[in-house]
Design a protein around this ligand. Structure first.
Ligand SMILES: [Fe+2]
Length: 232
């Protein structure tokens, strides 16, 4: 089952940290889809970079990650992107069903990360507000890198590796996780670009600047009572 509950060590005191974080680790079993999605992102990289100004984030000062707010890969019409979106949708619903959480009207905004030699994402979380919902990471190409997830109650502590959850970035792997979970990546130590798609799913029709779908970049992702727009 792709859902794993990442738990605190058994508390030995009534005040010891006690938490449980549901993580979804799935796999897009379409090497061709993975490859074509990667190629499409790399083909569009220069155009996107020339279209939008970078906003430094998580240790990245240029490139697609620093333009994450300016585009949404889930709106791209190409066949590989539609197949990718379908896989993400199916995985998201499987995650909720396993946790017995009802589907809600939800929105999505996704971007691409292309990290080249020596680049890495420094620790960050996508949403620490009371409305925080889910985020995801789909690996399209990577060699010997991992994404490292931090447990709750970190407060800037230096953590031992056994206190974190390191998941290898393997092409096709999809991780879904609560948006409040801090994470970082290990550096890309190869000459090949590490290409991933990152995304946020949220329940309010408003992005970080308060814009609604149609004004901002996010789109309707799931609607339990409406037409299934993602697979259109
Ligand atoms: Fe992230």
């Amino acid at each position: 089952m792709p859902v794993k509950i990442w738990k605190a060590p058994q508390p030995r005191s009534p005040f010891a940290p006690n938490w449980a974080v549901p993580m979804f680790v799935g796999h897009w079993a379409s090497p061709q889809g993975v490859q074509e999605t990667r190629d499409l992102i790399l083909a569009k990289e220069d155009e996107l970079k020339s279209q939008f100004d970078p906003v430094p984030i998580s240790g990245i000062t240029d490139g697609l990650t620093s333009r994450w707010h300016a585009f949404n890969v889930f709106t791209w019409p190409e066949a590989p992107m539609r197949a990718m979106a379908e896989f993400v949708t199916t995985s998201y619903r499987e995650y909720l069903a396993h946790l017995k959480i009802d589907r809600s009207r939800a929105y999505i905004q996704g971007w691409a990360n292309v990290l080249r030699e020596s680049e890495k994402l420094t620790p960050h979380a996508h949403d620490l507000t009371e409305r925080s919902y889910l985020s995801g990471n789909l690996c399209l190409s990577a060699e010997n890198t991992e994404t490292i997830y931090y447990p709750p109650y970190v407060y800037g502590a230096e953590l031992k590796p056994e206190q974190t959850l390191g998941l290898k970035n393997q092409p096709g792997n999809l991780v879904l996780f609560p948006s409040s979970v801090f994470h970082e990546t290990s550096p890309n130590l190869t000459g090949e670009p590490r290409v991933t798609i990152g995304f946020d799913v949220f329940l309010d029709d408003a992005d970080s600047q308060g814009r609604r779908a149609g004004e901002g970049r996010h789109i309707l992702f799931d609607d339990p009572v409406g037409p299934d727009r993602m697979s259109a």
